[in-house]
Design a protein around this ligand. Structure first.
Ligand code: AMP
Ligand code: MN
Ligand code: MN
Length: 338
């Protein structure tokens, strides 16, 4: 038996015996974090456990992901009980990415409780008591599917839709999905997931205000053909005035347009998240076309992520942040001999 299969079976045994479970995703949760947590939460709830799903910020789940919560498990961070039974952290490489819920990890461990970490980040800090961590998994949802199957639990439609949502988004619409992950997706479809509904509700659903916002933001895009060690660097900025007009879903969609630029091996979008104490703050999305390890550049700026998709939060003017990115990308490891 491989190491990961043993870890999956240990996690399945832990979960099968649990009666009170808090499942947490990372701050500003995406479909992988929330879909994984809600799917596993649904299975445990169906088993009779007391279950809640939460995240450190913002206060409410993104509108496009709330429908994954078939059982009303989503609980605002402030409404969580003071102590946790079993704590499960999903898609979260380090406690800091839980934001204000981070202290719960140490609290559960200090009380002798269990913390299960399920994640696919190479930088995972192994901060739990039990770990299912596999950087070769394209999504945390792949690992959660395997855990649910190891529990012998039925994969029904409400569980499968969250898992499918995590996989379709983290693989960029199956562009980066192994044959095994396609097989897992097939089992999720057999459980009743409607793939067109998932795509329409999570990926292709924006209010009209999205179009003028995109128009303004894309008109500021710049290409630096010699940037990113000669692979090309394209970037743009979503300023506070534009962020104010739309939801987070519209802001997060910009990187998927910009990253398709042929002349650029690296794409960045700076998204206004501040100001904090009078200084502009930006959350930065970085994507690689496969030549440059953007997780290394993000890590240099205090963030992290995967080789092809990473991010960080940086304070300063947009020009200052871009200067830091140019330098970090100039030093980032290359991913293939060229
Ligand atoms: P995003 O561009 O926000 O979709 O982020 C891409 C990936 O980068 C995420 O899946 C995370 O793994 C990682 N990431 C984004 N922001 C941060 C951050 N501030 N700190 C650490 N990792 C991050
Ligand atoms: Mn994520
Ligand atoms: Mn993920």
């Amino acid at each position: 038996m491989t190491g990961i299969q043993e870890d999956i079976e240990a996690a399945a045994a832990l979960l099968a015996a649990a009666t009170d479970v808090t499942l947490l995703g990372h701050v500003r949760p995406d479909a992988d974090a929330l879909g994984s947590a809600l799917a596993l939460g649904h299975v445990l709830h169906r088993q009779g456990a007391r279950v809640r799903v939460s995240f450190g910020e913002p206060d409410e789940a993104p509108e496009t992901l709330a429908w994954l919560d078939a059982d009303g498990l989503l609980t605002p961070a402030d409404a969580l009980p003071p102590t946790d039974g079993l704590l499960v952290a999903l898609d979260t490489p380090a406690p800091a990415r839980l934001g204000r819920l981070a202290p719960r990890v140490a609290a559960v461990r200090a009380a002798g409780g269990s913390v299960l970490v399920v994640d696919h980040h190479a930088t995972n800090a192994y901060y739990g008591t039990h770990h299912v961590v596999d950087e070769s998994a394209e999504a945390t949802a792949v690992l959660v599917t395997r855990i649910i199957e190891a529990m012998g639990a039925e994969l029904d439609e409400p569980a499968a839709r969250g898992l499918y949502a995590g996989i379709v988004t983290d693989t960029s619409g199956f562009r980066r999905a192994s044959p095994e992950t396609h097989r897992i997706a097939a089992r999720l479809l057999e459980a009743g997931v409607d793939p067109s509904e998932v795509a329409r509700r999570i990926i292709d659903d924006h209010p009209f205000a999205w179009l003028p916002m995109l128009s303004a933001v894309l008109s500021e895009a710049q290409l630096e053909p010699e940037g990113a060690q000669g692979f090309g660097f394209v970037h743009t900025v979503v300023r506070a005035a534009e962020v104010a007009l739309v939801r987070s879903e519209e802001v997060e969609s910009v990187i998927d347009v910009v990253r398709a630029t042929r002349e650029a091996g690296v794409a960045a979008v700076l998204k206004a998240a501040g100001p904090v104490d009078g200084s502009p703050v930006w959350t930065v999305s970085l994507r690689s076309a496969g030549d440059v390890d953007v997780s290394a550049a993000a890590a240099e700026l205090g963030g992290g992520g995967h080789r092809m998709a990473a991010g960080c939060t940086v304070t300063g003017s947009a020009e200052e942040v871009l200067a830091l990115l140019r330098e970090a990308l100039g030093r980032a490891p290359l991913l293939r001999a060229s």
